[in-house]
Ligand binder design. Sequence first.
Ligand code: NAP
Length: 271
Amino acid sequence: MKYDSLPHLTLPRIGFGTWKIGGGSFADPKTDSVSMRALHTAIETGYTHFDTAEMYANGHSEELLGRAVRESQVRREAFFITTKVTPSHLRYDDVLSACENSLRRLQMDTIDLYLIHWPGAGAKYEDTFRALNKLVRDGKVKHLGVSNFNLKQLKQSQELSETPIITNQVPYSLSDRSYVKNGMLEYCQRYDIFLTAYSPIEEGNLKKSRALENIAKAHDATTYQIALAWVISQPRVITIPMSANPQHIRENFEAADIELTQTEIEQLNNA
Ligand SMILES: NC(=O)c1ccc[n+]([C@@H]2O[C@H](COP(=O)([O-])OP(=O)(O)OC[C@H]3O[C@@H](n4cnc5c(N)ncnc54)[C@H](OP(=O)(O)O)[C@@H]3O)[C@@H](O)[C@H]2O)c1
């Protein structure tokens, strides 16, 4: 595994996403055995950063993740758990209760990274951050971040947060470079913020250019692995692919070991 560091925090370049673990927009307990197998495989493979949200499977994703961590032989401190507060819970009291509910479902004392999942229509971020700052001071949350924020919203968050905003989680893949074009990646690189790339393999529908196919062949790797290797070849970019398939889970983890040449990176940049 490769790692990237901010001044006071080091994270693995590839973590594990959990959208669809436990269900979609609603809990779907019928899929629990597949979800638990995926989480156990991920832990056994060596993933330590897990990304969930109160919104995923209406909280059931957090419940299953917490269960998998407890059932593993790995100590809690070895994990880095990210979860997110939904845009409808951004008022002061709602943030505090959303966090308590996430901690209860995870059955954990602390969340390593707590994100605002999406900007909220009409949200008063002064109120939101008053609550988020309290959660950090009270030790319920270690780090704060945002997701799907534009530059203006990110800068406002940095002003309101008493601790550094450590990430903006946004879509980023070979086919979706909107957060490069809008200046977000450059800003994150300049100010020591991780850009956490979500949907890095385009929700499983990876577009396969000739260059991608050729580079995969040259590395004896899959196109999905090369797509992940490209995403994390850039400074300050970490990612969180999701899979319920044990082979894919292992392949995605191993993608961190692929060393792309500068020429290959340029070919993929231009594909
Ligand atoms: N902050 C936000 O608003 C936001 C939005 C979206 C996602 N996210 C986070 O980011 C995570 C990842 O994004 P995502 O789930 O949207 O998309 P993704 O990781 O790009 O793609 C997941 C899909 O790709 C397939 N897949 C995974 N590895 C593969 C491989 N090696 N070969 C072939 N197919 C593979 C999976 O199917 P199999 O199960 O069959 O492998 C799954 O259907 C989410 O789980 C979530 O934690 C955050």
